[in-house]
Structures are given as structure tokens and as C-alpha cells.
Design a protein around this ligand. Structure first.
Ligand code: ASP
Length: 363
């Protein structure tokens, strides 16, 4: 049998779409399962993320549905005011408006819902669930999504916190030295004196605004398998910080930021949404698992596909991405591109909470 290297395989354009099925046949089989169900995972490994999956696991332990568990876990992350990447306290767009994106998919009923550019509602994932369960549509956007949420009694609230407002104002002041944001010129030392001196001179702000922002990117994915083997997932985000008003990322797009197949598993994405959309990354990961790849391998395959797509057009561009996945047997994995370190995920099973370190795919 001719062996095909994974990299070469993805370079052959048409083969990429058929790859899901061919990879399995090429003998690149997944390792034997060490998984257990029920299981719930999230890409969020901070204290809130750990609490979220620990609390949500109680639903699974008691025999509850994966759909309820992922909603509960996501809501805990969405309302955390300290988290500047999701829900309440998420960073706004360039006009200072917080616009949230979220999707939900239920493997058991093969149903999905999502909201995009939703303003003033702290828990967009719960609105997405209602779109899924109470309408014959999959996606609502902007004003329509907000009016829909209002009909169900969601409270409109200012989603900016003092923390996110401060970051936004610093961004406004620092994004250019050719506008009128920031103190008047006569109160600012020349950049030569201000830069690096910590006194907040205009030149210094311009140089350091990116570093001053804690979560320029960020999203949460929560995926679960319940005792009945049903799989559900949610992706929720405030999207790319300072995006153009109305920009929608991958998170509310089924197949991009999230995908669930009840026979196979689930995947979710974080990172530059434009690339996740173009690669249909979550769908691709689930199809790779369907073809026999482990969640870990399938996430790596998606990152490799993105690298290879850019290489094929002669570009060495590499977007920052992180994918997490689980399969029906309770195996899990995560893999990233261009991150500060190896990507991690929080996992809860009957054995308790653990932080799994995945892999960084290098170009
Ligand atoms: N994927 C999100 C988006 O592009 C943002 C992120 O995860 O950083 O909207």
C-alpha cells in the first residue's frame, strides 16, 4: 500500500474533503479508547472554567442530559465579569458595543440553534437554545435576536464592566497617535521620553496597547456526553475584540465554531474565526473522528489543514487557533496553532477534574 504523508495528503486539494473517510482507510487509526462517559470538557482552564464543568458534571452524574449540562456550564462562564472574552464583560467592537455570538447543537435530536451580534443579553447560549427548541430556524442575528430574547423575558443589561470599559478606552487612546483620543499634546512628553518610561506617553501607549489587552481573542467551548451516550455542545464568545460593527465570527456558525454528531462526537473552536469559517473546522474534526481519528489527532488534522491551505497559496501565514474535541467513548483532545504554549482543556469525568495539555502544531 502506498503511504501518504498527512501533509502531502492535505495538499491535494480535492482529497481534503474526502480526507475524512480516506484517513481511516490509510491505516492512521486512532489509539485504543481510554475514555469514559459521562464526560464534560471546556477550553476554559481558569477557575471559572473549572467551576463551570465541575458544577455541570453534577447534572451528568445524576443521569441528566448533556444539553442541560453544557448550557449550565456555559452560563457560569458567560456571567463571569472578569472574563473579557465571553458574555458579560466581553470586550466590545470598535464602536464600544458588545456583540455576542453563540451556538448550540444537540446530537440526540440533530438540532441546532445560534445567535449572532446579540447585544445586551448576558447568556447568549441560552437564547441560542431557545432558537433551536422553539423555532424552526437555526440562526437569528442582531436586532431580531434581541427581540426574540426579549419575548422570552431575558433582561437587557449593559454588558460592559469597568474592566472591559477600561480596556476599550485604552485601546481607543492607543490605537493611533493621529487622532484626538488621549490627553492633549502639551501634557504628553515626547515619545522619546515617554516610550518605555511607564508614564503613559502617547508613543508608549501606541506601542503597548496590544500587550495591555489580556484577552484579545477568546471564546468558550463546552462539550459533553451523558450517560445515555447523547452528545451536546455550545460555543459562546464576545468575538474578536474591537471588530468592525456587525462582524460575525465562527462561533455562531454550525460546522465552524461548533459541530456535534451523536454517533461520533463533538468539536469546538477558539481563535481567528475567519480561518475557522473557511476551514469548516469543527465539522472537519468530527468527520475525521468519524473516519477513525482520535479527538486529539482530529484536532491536529484541522490545524495542519489550515497551515497547508496557506502553504498551497505560497503564504506562510499562520492564524492563532485552538480546537477541542470529544468522542462518544469519552476520549478527548485539543490542539492549537501559534499560541503562547501548549493548549489546555478542563475535563471532568467520574475520576474528577483534570487539566489536559494538548499539542501545538508547528508550521
Ligand atoms: N473565534 C472567535 C471569533 O473569531 C474569537 C476567539 O475565539 O478569539 O469571533
Amino acid at each position: 500500500m502506498t503511504r501518504i504523508s498527512r501533509r502531502g495528503f492535505f495538499r491535494t486539494g480535492a482529497a481534503a474533503s474526502a480526507g475524512a473517510f480516506l484517513l481511516g482507510k490509510a491505516g492512521l487509526a486512532a489509539p485504543r479508547s481510554k475514555g469514559s462517559v459521562p464526560i464534560i470538557v471546556t477550553d476554559h482552564t481558569n477557575e471559572t472554567g473549572k467551576t463551570a464543568v465541575t458544577e455541570a458534571f453534577k447534572i451528568l452524574e445524576e443521569g441528566g442530559a448533556s444539553l442541560d449540562a453544557v448550557e449550565k456550564g456555559t452560563n457560569i462562564i458567560e456571567v463571569d465579569p472578569e472574563d473579557t472574552s465571553v458574555g458579560y464583560g466581553g470586550l466590545p467592537n470598535e464602536d464600544g458595543i458588545v456583540q455576542l455570538d453563540s451556538s448550540i447543537m444537540d446530537g440526540k435530536t440533530y438540532n441546532a440553534g445560534s445567535v449572532a451580534s446579540l447585544e445586551n443579553i448576558k447568556t447568549p447560549s441560552s437564547v441560542a437554545r431557545l432558537v433551536m427548541e422553539k423555532t424552526d430556524h437555526v440562526m437569528l442575528v442582531g436586532r431580531g435576536a434581541l427581540e426574540f430574547a426579549r419575548k422570552f423575558g431575558f433582561k437587557e443589561e449593559d454588558l460592559m464592566t469597568s474592566k472591559s470599559r477600561e480596556v476599550y478606552l485604552r485601546w481607543l487612546e492607543g490605537k493611533s497617535d493621529r487622532d484626538d483620543w488621549g490627553p492633549p499634546d502639551h501634557l504628553i512628553k515626547p515619545a522619546s521620553q515617554g516610550r518605555g518610561s511607564g508614564d503613559g506617553g502617547r508613543g508608549e501607549k501606541y506601542a503597548s496597547y496590544r500587550e495591555s489587552i489580556e484577552h484579545y481573542h477568546g471564546t468558550t467551548n463546552v462539550l459533553a456526553v451523558d450517560k445515555n451516550g447523547n452528545i451536546a455542545g455550545i460555543t459562546s464568545t464576545s468575538g474578536l475584540a474591537f471588530k468592525i460593527n456587525g462582524r460575525i465570527g465562527d462561533s455562531p456558525i454550525i460546522g465552524a465554531g461548533l459541530y456535534v454528531d451523536n454517533e461520533v462526537g463533538a468539536a469546538g473552536a477558539t481563535g481567528r474565526g475567519e480561518d475557522v469559517i473557511k476551514s469548516c473546522a469543527s465539522y472537519f474534526i468530527v468527520m475525521q473522528m468519524r473516519a477513525g481519528r482520535s479527538p486529539q489527532q482530529a484536532c491536529e488534522d484541522a490545524n495542519q489543514m489550515i497551515i497547508d491551505k496557506y502553504k498551497a497559496i505560497g503564504s506562510d501565514y499562520v492564524p492563532g487557533e485552538k480546537f477541542v474535541a470529544i468522542n462518544k467513548a469519552g476520549d478527548y483532545g485539543c490542539s492549537g496553532l501559534k499560541l503562547g504554549g501548549n493548549p489546555k482543556m478542563a475535563v471532568v469525568t467520574a475520576d474528577g477534574l483534570k487539566i489536559h495539555e494538548g499539542t501545538l502544531v508547528k508550521p
